[in-house]
Ligand binder design. Structure first.
Ligand code: AMP
Ligand code: ZN
Ligand code: FE
Ligand code: FE
Length: 294
């Protein structure tokens, strides 16, 4: 089903494989009216995305970010919408996160080499270019060397959370991420809150409703509902939770142009247009209200 809003998209600024220009062109072609460019730990793709959107009159770009946080046994990703990219303290923190990604990538490649995979850190860096380095770049190097067909298989066998070459990143809690986003004026939203079949690395968040309710008390404003490959049952389950807790029901394709089979495409899934207005209202409220630490 075609939608007009897609609030979760990646570019070459992190682990997507399309340039911002290519991504925006594809989204315009697919009939999208509002998109969020939400790279991991980087807002570097946004300027180019705005420039490309000017050529597609009427396509709105929401500046966004995706932060990874750790909870016991798994991760929670927190999206931030309407980021103020000129906030220097915020940008300095993102730079630190990207440095952490670099170091962790290097250690993962070391482990892979020890396990007998003939890849190099230099090649992974070449693949990543200027991007915030992520596991998909490492997966690409392994696929390129002929060990597996799809990067998803590399996650399944080697670099998933429980894989032999996995290395943890510096810990950030979801509460920290929410505070960091609100201090910037951005609207915090929990990403992909439950199991996704195409991202086999990803499990369920434990006690989802309690977790969301707790994070709401720390300033969480929304949760992804209309996400990626979620089934109608998953969407309806999450929509009920969002309704019960008064969270904004968000979502998008989480498109990376990864080459994995069954990857949801931009415009194939997303929230209704009212979601964008609710996020905008939340953004205005957050900007106008002093941040309270709890
Ligand atoms: P990182 O941020 O380096 O920990 O890498 C996480 C990213 O890897 C996610 O944001 C997805 O883009 C991608 N990813 C996670 N699990 C899988 C999977 N099973 N198959 C393919 N890509 C995945
Ligand atoms: Zn990603
Ligand atoms: Fe994510
Ligand atoms: Fe994502």
């Amino acid at each position: 089903m075609a939608v007009e809003v897609d609030l979760h998209l990646h570019t070459l600024a992190s682990d997507g494989t399309l340039s911002p220009t290519e991504l925006v062109g594809l989204c315009a072609e697919r009939g999208l009216k509002t998109i969020a460019v939400s790279d991991h730990d980087s807002t570097e793709g946004l300027q180019e995305a705005y420039a490309a959107a000017r050529k597609h009159h009427g396509l709105e770009i929401i500046p966004a970010i995706e932060l990874s946080t750790d909870v016991p046994g798994s991760e929670i990703h927190v999206l931030g919408y309407f980021i103020d990219t000129s906030d220097t303290a915020f940008q300095q923190t993102l730079t630190r996160f990207r440095e952490g990604r670099y170091e962790r990538g290097r250690l993962m490649v070391e482990k892979l080499v020890e396990l007998g995979y003939s890849i190099t850190w230099e090649r992974v860096q070449e693949i990543a270019g200027d991007a915030a380095i992520g596991r998909p770049h490492i997966a690409t190097a392994i696929v390129e060397a002929g060990y597996f067909k799809y990067s998803r298989d590399v996650f399944d066998s080697l670099i998933g959370r429980n894989g032999p070459a996995y290395v943890e990143r510096a810990k950030l809690t979801p509460e920290d991420a929410i505070r960091m986003l609100r201090e910037n004026g951005a609207v915090p939203v929990m990403a992909h809150p439950t199991y996704s079949a195409v991202k086999s690395d990803r499990g369920d968040v434990q006690s989802l409703e309690e977790t969301l309710s707790h994070l709401k008390s720390h300033g969480l404003e929304g949760v992804e509902v209309f996400y990626g490959d979620y089934t109608p049952e998953q969407v309806s389950y999450l929509n009920d939770i969002a309704d019960n807790l008064g969270l904004i029901a968000c979502g998008g394709s989480d498109y990376h142009c990864s080459g994995n089979p069954d990857e949801p495409e931009p415009g194939s899934v997303g929230p209704p247009p009212q979601t964008v207005e609710r996020l905008r209202e939340a953004h205005h409220r957050i900007r106008g209200v002093p941040v309270s630490g709890s």
